[in-house]
Ligand binder design. Structure first.
Ligand SMILES: [Fe+2]
Length: 236
């Protein structure tokens, strides 16, 4: 994962004792989902990623269900991952559909950047530290009530319509949930570089398992029935 610090196409950082990002003077026009995808192709044409600018792009785009409905395919029992664009191998853009009460396991992001924007409804995000790996540290995390504290909560919050969150493995792990019992939620996710495996974690023990991430649909129409019937989505 590489983060660029200067790129004339997308803005720059000022010099001085404190690093301060200056957005590009000419704000890109992102009126539609197609506009957003076009701009993302430009940004990710480089081997480095300007996190702030991608965050800005995803924030500028305002959710229009008419543009993304065809990708938003729900499942009754679990949240779904629907591929919108494969970013010429540089990124994956997905729409995730969360039924009432659906949530992800705690997971990492395979050393990739992860951007998440709310297109409909709202989602809860809880962030955790990485588990301590050695046994001594593990024992020290057992408190007097015998409750394991190995996966420590860092923060929790709720993302609302059009808000954008960013996480990577250096920030920590997270779990995403639709806490509503009455409203579904839809979110737009960008991962760069794309990955097909990540780790999921047990909150109580900190133990992790490598798992393959799958797509419920691709490009709004290519459904993989085998995947749908055999795998639960693991990443968000
Ligand atoms: Fe995630």
């Amino acid at each position: 994962m590489d983060t660029v610090m200067q790129n004339p196409r997308v803005g720059s950082y000022s010099e001085g004792p404190f690093l301060k990002y200056k957005p590009c003077v000419q704000t890109p026009v992102v009126s539609t989902l197609d506009d957003l995808i076009r701009e993302l192709y430009v940004v990710f044409n480089s081997d480095s990623v300007n996190v702030e600018f991608v965050h800005q792009l995803m924030s500028i785009y305002k959710s229009n269900p008419a543009e993304w409905k065809r990708f938003a395919k729900f499942d009754r029992f679990r949240y779904t991952r629907n591929l919108v664009d494969d970013g010429n191998g540089k990124f994956n853009l997905l729409i995730l559909c969360w039924g009432e009460g659906h949530g992800s396991p705690i997971h990492d992001h395979a050393d990739s950047h992860c951007f998440m924007k709310i297109l409909e409804g709202s989602l809860s995000e809880v962030r955790f530290t990485w588990p301590k790996s050695d046994a001594a540290a593990y024992k020290q995390t057992i408190n007097s009530s015998n409750e394991c504290k190995n996966l420590k909560e860092i923060s929790r919050g709720e993302l609302h319509l059009n808000e954008v969150a960013y996480i990577n493995d250096s920030i920590g792990l997270h779990r995403v949930e639709n806490l509503s019992n009455v409203n579904p939620a839809v979110s737009l996710h960008l991962y760069s570089p794309p990955f097909n495996k990540c780790k999921v974690f047990d909150q109580q023990t900190g133990h992790s398992t490598s798992t393959k991430v799958t797509f419920w649909s691709k490009f709004g129409e290519k459904w993989n029935r085998d995947i749908q019937s055999s795998h639960a989505p693991e990443d968000d």
